[in-house]
Design a protein around this ligand. Structure first.
Ligand code: PMP
Length: 427
């Protein structure tokens, strides 16, 4: 056990998840690469969804942070905050929500917590709908809408939650259905739930489940749900913490693949928008956002230095059309991985959109999830100089690929070759 790992074990909670048998200490990064404390260099195919939306150590963001940190960091609210107003204007503009208001938090968890506070207050109901296999964060209320049992440390909850089918297509009672049949079955499931409860406040859903393994519902699933929700006045909260800002290539937001009945009532975001600085937030129509009638402040949500980072990062993303890059390079990468793994019996499917790609592993010749293989591929990819993630239901048998959105074609080719070797070495 390396020294830092044993100190980590001695002082931090046992449930703090770490990758790798010999966990990595990442010491610095540049572009799409990071280095560990032994000086090894890795192509980073996972940090894009965790922290680094555009590129590691992006000079524009570093400069903005340093300049703002050298000027002032004070309470985010109570006093006017120019960077917060400016970023809120940009986010409102790109959100697609009419008459949008933006509230900044420090994490995705807190963003979802706020969205649930808004929805339950607006509708005077603490019943909510959430998706099976979902992940929404680790506060008491976020855990209360997290269907992924591997990430739900308690079943106690301040909310009454009903779980709906639709997040996962490869397993469960609706596996093997066509797109249309799948949507019809999920809508019937939703209607059945609604027939047995008082009207819920909201449905909270990730357009593509992230921690759940980059599962991809058929386009239009949430549009079909929306029709039913609107009959009951139930709000739609889209958790865009992983799918936002162009990552899915075809769309700026994940919900846009399902937006035929208009934008969601509430959108939450976090992770990469600050390129590593802790920004989360909620966007909603003014009528919903303003339903709270007491004063509220956030000491750190929207602090000047994180907002400066977010502004520089979002400007870079838009000016360099990184959504278009995600579509082009992500499209090539998906095709390349499909072709490269077609003959591997342990690979069930390569799925995803843009630079959000999942590779589902099964025990060869069966339909059984293979979490051991997923861990072994992670180790082998690391040996080859590539960092990837994993996810899925209780059995984490999907590999997750989510590089920074500035990934080049050459880097995509290089990463795909390392990953294919890793897969071959395990099967
Ligand atoms: N929602 C989704 C979809 C997420 O993937 C995550 C983080 N994995 C969260 C919410 C929680 O975000 P945070 O870790 O910033 O609290």
């Amino acid at each position: 056990m390396n020294d830092l790992y044993s100190r980590h074990r001695g002082v931090l909670p046992d449930w703090l998840a770490l990758y790798y048998e010999d966990p990595l200490e990442i010491t610095h990064g540049e572009g799409r690469h990071v280095w560990d404390s032994s000086g090894n260099r890795y192509l980073d195919f996972f940090g894009g969804i965790l922290t680094t939306m555009t590129a590691h150590a992006l000079p524009e963001v570093t400069k903005a942070v340093a300049e703002q940190a050298g000027r002032i960091i004070h309470s985010s609210t109570l006093y006017l905050n120019r960077p917060m107003v400016e970023l809120a204007e940009r986010v409102a503009q790109v959100s697609g929500i009419p008459d949008a208001r933006v509230f900044f938090t420090t994490s995705g968890t807190e963003a979802n917590d706020t969205a649930l506070l808004l929805a339950t207050t607006h509708r005077s109901s603490n019943t909510v709908l959430a998706m099976r296999n979902s992940y929404h964060g680790r506060s008491f209320s976020a855990v209360g809408v997290t269907g992924n049992r591997g990430w739900s440390p308690t079943s106690l909850s301040p909310l009454q939650t009903l779980y709906v089918h639709g997040g996962v297509r490869t397993r469960g009672p609706f596996a093997g259905l066509s797109d249309g049949e799948f949507i019809a079955a999920c809508v019937a499931d939703l209607k059945d739930l609604l027939g047995h409860t008082r009207p819920p406040a909201a449905l909270i859903a990730e357009p593509i489940q992230g921690v759940g393994g980059f599962t991809s519902p058929p386009d239009g699933l949430y549009a079909a749900f929306r029709e039913v929700l609107q009959e009951y006045g139930i709000l739609w909260i889209a958790d865009e913490v992983q799918t936002g800002w162009g990552r899915t290539g075809d769309n700026f937001w994940g919900w846009q693949a399902h937006g035929q009945n208009g934008p969601p009532d509430i959108v939450t975001f976090a992770k990469g928008i600050g390129n590593g600085m802790s920004i989360g937030g909620v966007v909603a129509r003014a009528e919903i956002m303003n339903c709270l009638d007491s004063n509220s402040i956030s000491t750190f949500g929207g602090t000047q230095v994180t907002m400066a980072a977010g502004l520089a990062n979002l400007n870079y993303l838009l000016e360099h059309d990184l959504q278009g890059n995600a579509r082009r390079v992500g499209g090539l990468l998906i095709e390349r991985l499909r072709a490269g793994t077609a003959k591997l019996p342990g690979v069930r499917e390569v799925r995803g959109r843009g630079l959000m790609i999942g590779v589902e592993l099964v025990k060869p010749g069966t339909d059984e999830a293979d979490p051991q293989a997923a861990s072994a591929v992670l180790e082998a990819a690391r040996e080859g100089g590539l960092l990837i993630g994993k996810g899925g239901g209780h059995n984490t048998s999907a590999l997750r690929i989510a590089p920074p959105l500035s990934l080049t074609v050459a880097e995509a080719e290089e990463g795909a070759a390392i990953l294919e070797n890793a897969l071959r070495s395990v099967h």
